[in-house]
Structure formats: C-alpha cells, structure tokens
Design a protein around this ligand. Structure first.
Ligand code: PNS
Length: 160
C-alpha cells in the first residue's frame, strides 16, 4: 500500500531547510503533501495563496509531492487525506519541547497518526522563516537559504 506523509507548517515563507525535509521524506514515503496552515497565530507576511504558490514553484520537478492549504485540526486533515504520518523537521534541542508537545497532543487527538522527526542537513540547522523575514526586512542577503522564487518575492516586498 502506498504510504502518504503530510509535511505541515506555516511556510511563511518556505526555506531550503523545509525543502531538505520534504526531499528526505520522499526517501521513506511514496507520496508527500506539503500542507500549509491557513490560520496562524501570528499574521503572516505572505497570504495563504502566495505561500502555496511559492512552495509549488520551489518544488517544481519533484514528483510525488503536492501542495495544499489546510484549515482546522491537522489530525483531521491527515485522516481525510489518508496520511500515515506527520513529518516535522527537528533542527536543535530548542525545537524539541514544542515539537514533543505537538506530537503528543496530536497522538491524543488521533492515535492512528504517527509523527516522524527528521534532521535537516546541518547547513540549514540554524535556519528559520522568522530569521529569513528579519534579514530580508533589513536588506540582508538570503541567497542560498531560500529558493529563488522566495528570494524574489522577499525582494519585491522589502525593495532590496
Ligand atoms: O511551521 P509551524 O508554524 O511550526 O507549524 C505549526 C503547525 C501549522 C503544524 C501547527 O500549528 C498545526 O498543526 N496547526 C493546525 C491546528 C492544529 O491541529 N493544532 C493542534 C496541534 S497539537
């Protein structure tokens, strides 16, 4: 049976660290859906349609990957899609507490859904969307840290 993984996140915007995790997921799972959360606690820099579009452009050419927006509880979405696992990237110990909380809460909500953690390549282990936005907002270079469509979109917003 084909195994589907869901890679959920805010992706505001997608970084090369996220892409690294999606590619690693494809080594284990047959198919991956990159699931972009519509409702975020913080107001996003990029609206949902733009976040989805940037991911699609950034993952162009990768087979067995789809990009979708989702609303509501992640476990409900995973169930609806027939996913067997949630894949999350784990960069450092600092990620662990939040990730464990989320994984255990999701397990409580639906014990059929497993969470799998993967380490990104060490060159991306310090990378976050928040940091990318801050650097870009001050005109710093984000080259090599985000895919080209994202770099272009950031340049348009922050005029650098
Ligand atoms: O990239 P992020 O912001 O760390 O991703 C967090 C995300 C979107 C995966 C998480 O907030 C989420 O799953 N939101 C959907 C609502 C939900 O199911 N919340 C309960 C999680 S325990």
């Amino acid at each position: 049976m084909s195994k589907l993984a869901i890679c959920p996140g805010s992706f505001d915007p997608i970084t090369n660290g996220h892409i690294d995790i999606v590619k690693r997921s494809l080594r284990i799972f047959d198919e991956v859906i990159v699931a972009v959360a519509v409702n975020l606690k913080k107001k996003p820099l990029f609206p949902i349609e733009k976040r989805v579009q940037l991911i699609e452009e950034s993952l162009k050419g990768l087979e067995k990957v789809r990009v979708e927006a989702f609303n509501g509880l992640l476990v409900d979405y995973v169930k609806k899609k027939g996913g067997v696992a949630i894949v999350r990237g784990l960069r450092a110990v600092s990620d662990f507490e939040y990730e464990m909380q989320m994984a255990l809460m999701n397990r409580r909500l639906d014990s059929d859904v497993e969470t799998v953690f993967m380490m990104p390549s060490e060159e991306y282990s310090f990378l976050s969307s928040t940091m990318i936005k801050e650097i870009a907002s001050f005109g710093g270079s984000v080259k090599g840290l985000v895919p080209e469509p994202v770099e272009k979109a950031l340049k348009e917003i922050f005029n650098f």
